[in-house]
Every structure is written in C-alpha cells, then in structure tokens.
Design a protein around this ligand. Structure first.
Ligand code: GLU
Length: 279
C-alpha cells in the first residue's frame, strides 16, 4: 500500500510553491490509490506559529486536498525524538559538537569533526556519518550522485539551542507513519543522503524518493516564506489548482472548473505522465 505525506513547516501561510508541493505529493498518492497524510513540522519554534498551522490546514481543505487520518504535529513528539537522540549517542553514533559557524566556514564549509574526540557533554549533537550514502535513485530524477562534502557531513540531530533538527525528526516520523513514498521539492535533495544514513542506522527500508523542480520567483529564487512569497488566496482555489497543475506540467481538460473536476482530471493526467495504470 502506497503511503505518502505532505509535511509543511508552519513558518508562514501556504504560498504557491508550497501548494505545488502539496499537490504533487497528493496527486502521486491518489494516482497510486494510496494514502496521503499531513504532518506539521513545527519544531523550529522561533520560526513557527500555531496560527499558520491552522491556516495551512484550512487552505488545503479549501483546495479539496483532504488528508487521510489525523494530522501529526511534531511538537507533540519531542519526547520521542529525545529518546532517539539519547539512544544514538549511547551507541556512539552521535556526539556533542561545540564548533562555531566560523570554525566550519574556515574549514571550507565542512564540519571539522575534530570535536568528535573532545568528549564534550554539551552543545549540538551530530550524527556520526560512518557509512555515507552518496548515490540513490530518485523516481523523477533517475540516479543522483552527491559528492559535496558538506552534503555528506556529520549532520546535526539536536541544535545547540536545544531544538530537534529537521533531519532527525523527518526520518523518525516517516518511519513511524509508515511512509513509503516521499514526493517533495528538489530544494530538499541534498538532505536525502542524511536521511538514508538514518534509515540505515534504524535498520529500516528507505522510502522511494521523488524530487520535483521548485517554483522560483522572477529573480530565480525559490518561492519561500523568507522571500515573502504571497499567501494563497482561498477565494480562488480552482484558479490556484490550475496554476499549480500548469507548473507540474499536468494537463487539465478544458471545461473542468470545479475543484473535484480539476483534481480528478489531474490524477488521471498524473497517471499518464508517470506511466501508472489508470483506475
Ligand atoms: N518541512 C519541510 C519543509 O517545509 C519539508 C519536509 C519534507 O518534505 O521532507 O520544507
């Protein structure tokens, strides 16, 4: 059974780029007759706001993007991440790091790793990347090879400010929600080797990954909350969905003007585009 998800961070309202991400993961799940879960990745408390979490859910509902099951909030699962981090450290697969940004910058942007030997008991906690996985098959991009040393660095599991890092939480949650298909923007491609290393550590099968191109503004920057991408207007869901389909190169038959009509047509087109059996 296909189980997919959309995992937005509530650091702002949904914008066109995040609607594209929601739609791509939704269409892929529905084209496989699978489940589509919603997980709110609200760990970065200085940047996230609960008001955006409910706004995101409302925008998805206005666009007919109904998730299966209940919404998982990462902020309710801190004890689980904490337990995993303690276990990783106790098995000597994680270590405390007090390196500053400057030390990393001075080391060509790569974490120097010398702190591994210092035996500190405070600071950030990094994953000891024993067996780096630098190549993987992406369903949309084919074979991907990463050779940037920073991509394959010992990544952070717990930040210096005590906030659980995205890389740890995303894998812990994808495993516990039995997610076996991940469809997300290619801005997250470079995090995939770290995620694959954690699947290996947890002795769990890795999901299938598919990364699609992200929407950029006219300056070539990824549409994002940081770049002040405008919020989606809930009054024009049909128009927004059509625009998102256009970006994903999904044809919608003319005459489809209802949300359901557009989504059903988009699922059909997604199947054709990705060589999936219709039905
Ligand atoms: N929460 C991440 C974001 O909003 C997405 C996580 C993922 O899809 O792996 O960029």
């Amino acid at each position: 059974m296909y189980i997919g998800r959309f995992a937005p961070s509530p650091s702002g309202p949904l914008h066109m780029g995040s609607l594209v991400a929601a739609l791509a993961s939704y269409l892929d799940a529905k084209a496989h007759n699978g489940l589509w879960h919603l997980r709110i990745e609200d760990l970065d408390t200085p940047r996230c706001d609960p008001k955006y979490s409910s706004q995101i859910q409302s925008t998805l509902s206005h666009h007919g993007l109904c998730w299966d099951g209940s919404v998982l909030l990462q902020s309710n699962r801190l004890h689980i991440y904490q337990r995993n981090i303690e276990e990783i450290v106790s098995e000597s697969c994680g270590y405390y790091c007090q390196c500053t940004r400057k030390m990393i910058k001075d080391n060509a942007g790569v974490h120097p790793s010398s702190c591994k030997l210092n035996g500190h008991k405070s600071g950030a906690i990094r994953f000891h990347h024993f067996q780096q996985i630098s190549t993987f098959t992406d369903r949309f991009k084919g074979n991907v090879a990463m050779d940037d040393s920073d991509t394959l660095d010992d990544f952070v599991l717990l930040r210096k400010d005590g906030i659980v890092a995205y890389n740890l939480a995303v894998v812990v949650d994808d495993i516990s929600q039995h997610i076996n298909h991940i469809v997300r923007g290619e801005d997250l491609l470079t995090t995939t080797p770290s995620h694959l290393a954690l699947y290996k550590y947890f002795n769990q099968p890795a999901p299938s990954y598919a990364h699609f191109p992200v929407l950029k503004d006219h300056n070539g920057l990824k549409l994002s909350k940081q770049n002040h991408a405008p919020a989606i207007c809930n009054q024009t869901p049909e128009h927004n969905l059509k625009l998102a389909c256009q970006f994903l190169e999904i044809d919608i038959q003319s005459g489809q003007n209802s949300i359901n009509g557009i989504l059903n047509n988009a699922i059909h087109s997604w199947r054709l585009k990705h060589g999936l059996v219709d039905g």
